[in-house]
Design a protein around this ligand. Structure first.
Ligand code: HC1
Length: 568
């Protein structure tokens, strides 16, 4: 055992952990900026510096291991003074006008610099600000990067390489010239960025944020020219609560619907309707591929970050991708045809606005294969801003139902928002279609949870179907490599670009940590459990859509509207 003293109190630990971990176990908070326990330690910001007896210099708590007999002071006069100087330097290297721009900063309410400055007692900034003279990177459809606000904590770089395994961000130069950049300074839109937005979730400041569509959406709502249709993704309905300081799921989806009606959208519909539609199309596609043993494993195609990852890195698997458009895009296609025709509205007058937990959806809507299905995408964070702009107190609103017919959905659709949900929804339908029998145990608990790679075998009509569920692009790379070298074989795989699935999307409230993911996931499965219909093929509005318009899954009309193909 290792005996140490922290602030004159004795503690015993069994493992050689860091000073930071030991302090945490002792309920002592040491401030950090460049540290995240899910990423490799970096030790650059030095905010976590502590005094260790008999050591000349202060030691960074995040990378210094405890040793028997260590006597540590975490908040001595010297430590407090040094932390203030470090913080002043960090602030000086941050946006030259942060104190005034802070008012319109994307992170005005969640800036880690502001929070830590308060915690360590910064009262004045004695160091003049540094102008880094680097332009804002606006090259991406999804993400804006403002180097003036970057404090070089390296968390975005590490998240992109260690968790997502994409490696498009890097640190360039040294000393005062140090900055985060992309290959040859090309900009995020011109390198192999998947638009997943995990870097945004990791950024402690407003140096990274989504490309805003808020102004265009206000304009569409307020113009008399357009018929505005909003669709809400599965994961948004639980996480929106967090933007109003409530636990995930506390504000009901129907209060959010009422809020959307108050904002002035002409129709409030649901992406979940299209998730049910996706299950019909993809379920039948799976049955067909299984029967013909063609292009297996089938790989899901609803996560646009994942699709871009395959196109750039594994073009040999493009044939395995489902030809189904994502629910977001299917929804737009149906809104501008079936709904438009039924209601005699010119499709050119319709503006489809999606509320998504995902920054890559802003890129997906602009892909040439499916352009014009959707007009604008707002993230969960942007929607919360719009509610606040309009003075809508979401927590105290009455509940209002989604409009019909594109607002009806099953429990199988809402679970799309959590890792494993698309697979579970597909199995609920495929089982019944293949066997003609009723599936009695519809909860597939083995497929749930935030673990990065999950595997299972399901027996359908005497055939063992091997499935995998993968979330996070680093894990996607691991599985694809194993399939390539013959180590693994599957029939069907669900892939989601973001850790935890869409509930962990780059457009979700910040922080998005492991605890929040679990809370969001629990709230999602609660909605499923309490749904009137729990299988996509039971959704009455979906049955009607096939009867009145599409005929049957994978029909010619379905292919024209709901399917696509990808190229490398
Ligand atoms: Fe998702 Fe999907 S589940 S991709 O995670 O298939 O973004 O929530 O809307 O399109 O339905 C996201 C979520 C979302 C689509 C659906």
């Amino acid at each position: 055992s290792i005996n140490i003293k922290i602030n004159n109190r004795s503690y015993t630990f069994n493992d050689k952990i860091t000073i930071l971990q030991a302090a945490k176990k002792a309920n002592i908070k040491i401030p950090t900026l460049c540290f995240n326990e899910k990423l490799a330690p970096y030790g650059s910001c030095r905010l976590c510096s502590v005094e260790v007896e008999n050591k000349k210099n202060l030691m960074p708590a995040c990378v210094t291991l405890i040793e028997d007999g260590m006597n540590i002071k975490t908040h001595s006069k010297k430590v407090r003074h040094v932390r203030k100087v470090i913080m002043e330097l960090i602030i000086a290297s941050h946006d030259i006008n942060c104190s005034s721009n802070c008012l319109n900063c994307s992170r005005a309410n969640s800036c880690e610099i502001r929070k830590i400055s308060d915690e360590i007692g910064i009262r004045e900034i004695r160091i003049p600000p540094i102008n880094k003279k680097q332009p804002v990177d606006k090259s991406s459809f999804s993400i804006i990067r403002d180097p003036q606000k970057c404090i070089i904590c390296n968390r975005c770089v590490r998240k992109c390489s260690e968790i997502q395994n994409i490696n498009i961000l890097t640190i360039a130069n040294r000393g005062p010239e140090t900055h985060v950049t992309t290959f040859m300074d090309k900009g995020m839109g011109n390198v192999e960025c998947t638009n997943c937005g995990q870097c945004i979730l990791e950024c402690p400041t407003g140096a990274l944020h989504e490309v805003y569509h808020i102004d265009q959406v206000w304009e569409a709502i307020e113009s008399n020219q357009y018929f505005t249709i909003v669709q809400t993704a599965p994961a948004v309905r639980v996480a929106i609560s967090e933007e109003f300081n409530e636990k995930s799921g506390k504000i009901s989806p129907y209060q959010m619907v009422e809020g959307l009606k108050l904002l002035g959208f002409d129709k409030v519909f649901d992406t979940n309707f299209a998730a049910d539609l996706t299950i019909m199309e993809e379920g039948y596609e799976f049955i067909d591929r299984l029967k013909n043993e063609k292009d297996l494993p089938l790989m899901t195609s609803c996560s646009p970050g994942w699709i871009k990852f395959v196109e750039h890195n594994y073009p040999e698997f493009i044939k395995n991708l489902s030809s189904c458009k994502s629910p977001q895009q299917m929804f737009g296609a149906i809104a501008k045809t079936y709904f438009a025709e039924k209601n005699d509205i010119s499709k050119d007058k319709i503006k489809v606005i999606s509320i998504m937990p995902c920054t890559a959806k802003k890129y997906e809507m602009q892909r040439k294969e499916m352009i014009n299905d959707v007009d604008y995408v707002l993230t969960t964070r942007e929607l919360a801003k719009m509610f606040k702009h309009a003075g809508i107190d979401l927590c105290n609103l009455k509940e209002s139902l989604y409009d019909e017919p594109l607002g009806e959905s099953s429990g199988a659709a809402v679970i799309f928002g959590a890792s494993g949900g698309v697979m579970e929804a597909a199995l609920r339908t495929s089982y019944e279609v293949i066997t003609g029998l009723e599936l009695e145990k519809i909860d597939f608990h083995d497929l749930r949870g935030i673990k990065g790679i999950k595997e299972a075998e399901v027996k359908i009509a005497n055939k063992n179907i091997k499935i995998a569920i993968v979330n996070g692009l680093g894990n996607a790379r691991t599985i694809l490599e194993k399939i390539k070298n013959g180590e693994k074989q599957y029939h069907f795989i669900e892939f989601m670009a973001c850790p935890g699935g869409c509930i962990g999307g780059g457009g979700q409230p910040i922080p998005t940590d492991e605890n929040t993911l679990i809370e969001r996931m629990t709230a999602i499965y609660d909605i499923d459990k309490n749904s009137e219909y729990r299988k996509s093929h039971e959704n009455p509005s979906i049955k009607k859509l096939y009867k009145e318009y599409l005929d049957h899954p994978n029909s010619e009309k379905s292919h024209e509207l709901l399917h696509t193909h990808y190229t490398s």
